[in-house]
Each structure stands twice: as structure tokens, then as C-alpha cells.
Design a binder for this molecule. Structure first.
Ligand code: RNT
Ligand code: ZN
Length: 398
């Protein structure tokens, strides 16, 4: 292993001087599943025969010539990236990535349309997460889906999401790894909305109907993802943070958790600060690690302060088993495979960085009100030989 091991041993000794056990950090990290978003590979196009344009207030830009030519190449790309990453992985599918020779209406999709994905996951020994796709479809009408005022539109999407829950349950059962089923709907309005309450009542009713049937919690768990605004829903989003937070808290009997996406809040609002506010009240949380630039732009995740801060808060809150980490990016301006790989590496890297923080020592200083020593230590650890530990982990745990 060239100099990697030698360098790691040097780094290990240096970290030891700060009472940080690098072996222990790596041992924890290798078992934390990171869910890779399939949609980074093809700009959220999927494989529906009808192939609708991207809608729902999200957008990919760029024209790098690296998108896969079909489902076969798509799977080969995904396999390559997954194999290239260290530690535990999951693959996060949207319902439009079904594998079917025929045109299947979204309210009719079934586990059988995803059986090839189960084979794919089994071979790689990974879990599958799932998402209902309530956009890029003619039934996404007037900016609404399950909060549409037309009951037939609502019905279509309710049925779609019900089917998606079953597919998620099927993934968990087949793979023996619980699947997370995320519900995000784009419903909202460009301009001032008079019927804000009415729409939220509709959303509540629709969710009640969708979640009425119990799925086996051993195999799947639902999550609901809030948002602040989207393209075309700048003024009003039905499924806001407050709405879903209340919904989850008022439905503790349901197998349901909140999903917080880093790009779905006011620009100066940090989700890292929300983790410790959620942990006392929620058993589990889902985080969409993303990178908003001025808006919810879904840029590729970097090894930057925002990503590190989220991971640090998860570690400091001792919540590695409670907070599920999924990546959400779509950038068509660079090589799609590299985009997925680099973003995922940065998430794993940031988690390793967080695990190598001398949290107990910092906490001790803080509780003793010794803020000078806390500041000194914070700054000192920034230049520890982190790169050596990362290089070693990347090679040894592929
Ligand atoms: C949209 C949400 C959602 C999507 C994916 C494709 O703003 O973040 O998670 O990005 O479902
Ligand atoms: Zn998201």
C-alpha cells in the first residue's frame, strides 16, 4: 500500500497526542450507510417510456457529455461509483428509474418493475432507498399534486405514493436492509396565495390517506421533506418546514420521520443547528446533504464548512444511528460519474473529519467556561494530518 500505511501510522500518533483514536473513528465510519442519489447520473431523467421533461421547480444545468445511454449503462456507471467508495453505501432510487419494457402509469407501478434493482443491490451488498416522483409529469398540474383542489389529481398522486411505499417495503424485505421512502411534493405557488390554509389542509388529508396503511417498519420507514421555495413556487410552498415538523410530531404512531434538505431553508439558516433541536423530540431524521448557492441549486457537495458542520453536529449529538445521510445533488456541467463520486466522498470525508474531533476535551473546556482553551484547540486541530487518515480509509475500506 505504498506510503499510505506509513503515513497513517504517523497521523495516528499525532492524533493520539490529542486523545483522538483514529482506529476507533474509522471503525465507526465504515458502518455508517451513505445513500447515493441515483439522479445525479442522468439529471433526474429516469427510464419511463413516456419520458417527461423535468418539472416541479427543480432544474439541472450544463451539458457535459457524460450521461449514460440507457438503463444498462446507467447501472454500470452506478456500480462503478459504488465500488469505488469506501464504507457502507445505499443507492437512492426515484420511482421513474423503473425497469420495464412497457409504459407503466405511475399509479400502477409495482415491486416487479424494480426487481432488477434488487438484483443489482444484492450483488453489491447494499441497501436501496426510494422516492415517489411527484414531478416531471402532466398530472403535476397548476403547481400542485396531493394538494391540488381537483380530487382526481390528488387521487392519482395518492395512489402513486401508496405504490411507492410498497416498493420501498419490498426493497427492505428482499435485501434485509431497511429502506427509507422519502416523500417530497413540489406543491406551491409563484405568487401570494389566498388559500394557503386550504392547501395545507388538503396536504394533511392526503398524507393521512397515503400513510393510513401500515407498512412493515422492519423493512421501510417514510420521511417527509419540507421546502422553502422552488422555481415557480417562490411565494408559497404547501409542505413547509413548520407544516411537516408539526405533521411528524402529531403522528408519532406512524412510522415516519422528518427530512431536512440543506438547500431548503433561508440562506443564513443552517440545518447543522437544527439537529440538536430535533434529536430530543425525534427518534430518527433524514438529511439531504446538498449545497445551495444563493438558492436551492443542488450543487455537488463539497468538503466545506457547511457539510462538516452537519456531520460534526451528528457526532456531537451522538446521533449517528438516528440521523440518516442521503446526498441530493444534480449537476450536468461536469462528468456525472465523477460528480456522484466526488460528492459522496466529500460527505464521507466530512463525517470522518467530525469523528476525529476531540469532542470530549472541547466539551470539558466549554463546561468549565474555559473558552480560551476551547478556541485554541478548535484552531489547532484544523491542521492535523487529516489527509493521511482519509487516504488510508479510502484505500483500506473500499
Ligand atoms: C427537491 C428535493 C428532492 C429532490 C429529489 C430529486 O427540492 O430536494 O429531494 O431533489 O427528490
Ligand atoms: Zn432533497
Amino acid at each position: 500500500m505504498d506510503n499510505t500505511l506509513k503515513n497513517y501510522e504517523i497521523a495516528k500518533r499525532i492524533y493520539k497526542q490529542f486523545n483522538i483514536d483514529t482506529d476507533k473513528a474509522i471503525n465507526i465510519l465504515k458502518d455508517v450507510p451513505i445513500s447515493l442519489n441515483c439522479w445525479q447520473l442522468d439529471d433526474i431523467k429516469g427510464f419511463e417510456k413516456a419520458s417527461y421533461n423535468l418539472s416541479g421547480g427543480i432544474s439541472t444545468t450544463g451539458n457535459n457529455k457524460s450521461a449514460p445511454s440507457g438503463i444498462k449503462e446507467f447501472k454500470a456507471f452506478a456500480r462503478e461509483v459504488i465500488k469505488d467508495l469506501p464504507g457502507k453505501k445505499k443507492f437512492n432510487l426515484h420511482s421513474i428509474y423503473l425497469d420495464s419494457l412497457n409504459d407503466v402509469s405511475r399509479d400502477q407501478i409495482k415491486p416487479e418493475h424494480f426487481s432488477s434493482w434488487v438484483d443489482f443491490a444484492k450483488k453489491l451488498n447494499i441497501g436501496l432507498d426510494f422516492n415517489a416522483t411527484c414531478f416531471s409529469h402532466p398530472n403535476f398540474k397548476d403547481g400542485y399534486t396531493i394538494a391540488h383542489n381537483d380530487p382526481s389529481v390528488r387521487k392519482f398522486w395518492i395512489n402513486h405514493i401508496k405504490q411507492c411505499r410498497k416498493i420501498s417495503e419490498y426493497f427492505g424485505k428482499e435485501l434485509g436492509i431497511r429502506s427509507i421512502h422519502n416523500i417530497w411534493v413540489p406543491d406551491g405557488s409563484k405568487d401570494e396565495t389566498v388559500d394557503a390554509l386550504y392547501r395545507r389542509q388538503l396536504l394533511k388529508e392526503s398524507l393521512d390517506e397515503i400513510l393510513k396503511e401500515k407498512c412493515n417498519s422492519k423493512y421501510m420507514i417514510d420521511s417527509v421533506e419540507s421546502k422553502l421555495f422552488g422555481i415557480g413556487s417562490e411565494s408559497y410552498v404547501v409542505g413547509s418546514h413548520d407544516f411537516y415538523l408539526n405533521y411528524v410530531n402529531n403522528n408519532k404512531d406512524k412510522n415516519l420521520m422528518l427530512c431536512m434538505d440543506m438547500g431548503h431553508y433561508h440562506p443564513t439558516e443552517k440545518i447543522s443547528d437544527k439537529i440538536s433541536a430535533m434529536i430530543p423530540f425525534h427518534n430518527e431524521l433524514l438529511i439531504h446533504v446538498s449545497r445551495p448557492i444563493r438558492w436551492d441549486s443542488d450543487h455537488i457537495v463539497l468538503f466545506d464548512d457547511n457539510t462538516k458542520d452537519v456531520m460534526k453536529e451528528i457526532v456531537r449529538a451522538n446521533a449517528i444511528n438516528k440521523v440518516h445521510i442521503a446526498i441530493d445533488s444534480f449537476d450536468a456541467s461536469v462528468d456525472r460519474r465523477k460528480a456522484l463520486k466526488i460528492g459522496a466522498e466529500n460527505v464521507i470525508k466530512a463525517l470522518l473529519y467530525a469523528l476525529l474531533e476531540p469532542t470530549e476535551q472541547l466539551r470539558k473546556y466549554e463546561r468549565e467556561s474555559d473558552l480560551t482553551s476551547r478556541l485554541e484547540l478548535f484552531e489547532e486541530i484544523k491542521t492535523l494530518p487529516f489527509g493521511f487518515v482519509w487516504e488510508y480509509y479510502k484505500k483500506a475500506f473500499k
